[in-house]
Design a protein around this ligand. Structure first.
Ligand SMILES: [Zn+2]
Length: 327
């Protein structure tokens, strides 16, 4: 024993303690279950499209209590049968919110904004865009353009925060003027059905009136991102064509809400469409064009991250989700 060794009594106590705990330590390393982490997967997905970098950022899901409110002229028995065949709940619709950020190398463009802080009317777990942008490493102050597909609450209510400050202080806002004017008209505040929609739409859109890029079919928002008219869901609904190195990716917003029901039956009416016949016609036109050309699409309410393509199937269409990490 060296001069530096502890006195025998201390050393012996340590050895006894080590011997006593060894079976426990051994069991923990070899047999005990790993703790549950209780954390989610990252709420964003990033891929390349040509030279552009695309990041789909979740705002969290919408939850509506029943499909009766989503589809108007659809036979209930057919709706329930299709949902059961696709292993989906028949009592509620869970709609992801896939906000798209495009970095063209010159501009940073956010397409739609999610629900923001104002309302949990469409489910308890949304309004997370700002938090999730931070997790994705994207600074809201670096956004050059916020491109809005249409002025519904789940697409434009995060332009300002709960204290009415601009969340994207350096961004211009691209939107069709007829959509802007319709969903901010003061007279709708007297309409009980529209009042709640319009109240905070005005709160979000009126402060950016002087920084609007008015879009119509063919408007270039920034080089590589072009608006494409797709009205019906709202009077001024526009999709955005994202094109780099000859590759096209079309953000079709709310042309489709449901990746099974409305694709299989694009003629069914969505109760949220302003013009239901035009909405159905637009669905068939846009899906037909995307299917014929095999163009890649990203869809706001399809299962996260909502990137894939549409193909013809039976009398309608089918969604072909793109495997992630292969983009
Ligand atoms: Zn929507």
């Amino acid at each position: 024993m060296s001069d530096n060794a502890p006195p025998p009594s201390v050393s012996r106590r340590l050895m006894l303690a080590a011997a006593a705990t060894a079976p426990l330590l051994g069991m923990r390393a070899a047999d005990a279950a790993a703790p549950f982490l209780n954390t989610n997967a990252p709420p964003f997905y990033r891929f390349r499209h040509g030279v552009f970098e695309i990041t789909v950022v979740s705002d969290g899901p919408l939850v509506l209590p029943t499909l009766d409110v989503v589809l108007e002229n659809a036979p209930k028995a057919d709706v329930e049968r299709i949902l059961r065949e696709n292993r989906m709940p028949t009592d509620k619709w869970i709609g992801p919110q896939n906000v798209v950020v495009v970095n063209t190398g010159r501009h940073l463009v956010l397409i739609d904004t999610g629900m923001g802080d104002r309302s949990k009317a469409l489910g308890p777990d949304n309004g997370h865009l700002i938090r999730n942008l931070a997790l994705a490493g994207i600074d809201p102050a670096a956004i050059d353009v916020v491109a809005i597909t249409h002025a519904h609450i789940d697409h434009c209510w995060d332009i300002v925060d709960a204290r009415d400050r601009l969340n994207f202080p350096n961004a211009r806002v691209a939107i069709a003027m007829n959509d802007y004017e319709f969903w901010t008209q003061e007279s709708l505040l007297n309409d009980p059905a529209a009042r709640d929609f319009v109240l905070y739409t005005r709160t979000n859109l009126l402060p950016v009136r002087d920084r609007i890029i008015p879009v119509r079919d063919g408007t270039e928002v920034v080089p590589g991102i072009t608006a494409m008219a797709s009205a019906g869901h709202t009077i001024g609904h526009h999709s955005y064509v994202i094109e780099s190195e000859g590759k096209r990716l079309v953000n079709i917003g709310d042309v489709f809400h449901h990746h099974v029901l409305l694709l299989q039956n694009p003629q069914w009416h969505n109760i949220f469409d302003s013009d239901k016949a035009q909405g159905a016609a637009t669905r068939q036109r846009v899906a037909g064009e995307l299917a014929a050309s095999g163009t890649r699409a990203v869809v706001y309410h399809f299962p996260f991250p909502g990137v894939g393509s549409i193909a013809r199937h039976a009398n309608g269409f089918i969604w072909l989700p793109e495997p992630i990490f292969e983009g």
